[in-house]
Design a protein around this ligand. Structure first.
Ligand SMILES: C[S@@+](CC[C@H](N)C(=O)[O-])C[C@H]1O[C@@H](n2cnc3c(N)ncnc32)[C@H](O)[C@@H]1O
Length: 159
């Protein structure tokens, strides 16, 4: 809803999820999974100005596993973002905090002029999630190879 407000009446938001998403004016829903190589063609016309990922993995209860799956989802979102973002576009992704974050940020960094990690006030304090915010996309950086990771493509999620 916030994304719809931000793009205004002339903008479009494309929402991707294997689960149903409630329809809304200005929202195009694509039932699918980030990580599926066929997804890009289903997104409609691009480039996009912003790619946002609020994806969460299916929660196993084992924190290290959930953290690794969350990082893998961000990698899949990044692989898609670098293929559909407009020059100087932005990428924002939620991720569960943990020891793989430094490596993840290093992977995001070559593609953007500015990359920060942040925990905004709207994110619940006890929650382990944080956000990687990357601005000013550089389309000339080499793209990451991203085959479909089995965990990222899981259709289920507990959140
Ligand atoms: C925290 S929920 C957020 C849902 C939505 N942003 C909202 O606010 O209602 C996480 C979502 O990530 C989705 N998800 C998990 N893996 C995915 C993938 N590979 N591609 C797309 N969505 C995925 C789940 O189906 C789930 O709906």
């Amino acid at each position: 809803m916030i994304a719809l407000d931000r793009v205004g009446p002339n903008g479009t938001v494309v929402a991707v999820d294997p689960r149903p998403i409630a329809p809304a004016e200005g929202l195009r829903v694509v039932r699918g999974r980030v990580g599926d190589p066929a997804l890009r063609e289903r997104l409609g016309s691009f480039p996009f100005d912003v790619v946002l990922s609020d994806m969460s993995p299916s929660i196993s209860g084992a924190y290290a596993t959930d953290h690794a799956r969350s990082v893998d989802l961000v990698r899949s979102a990044l692989a898609l973002a670098v293929r559909v973002l407009a020059p100087r576009g932005a990428f924002v992704a939620k991720v569960f905090a943990g020891d793989l974050i430094d490596e993840l940020v290093l992977e995001v960094r070559p593609h953007f002029a500015e990359v920060v990690r942040t925990k905004p006030p709207a994110s619940r304090a006890p929650s382990s999630e944080l956000y990687v915010v990357a601005r000013r996309f550089r389309p000339d950086a080499p793209r990451p190879e991203r085959p479909v990771p089995a965990e990222a493509a899981r259709p289920d999620s507990d959140i």
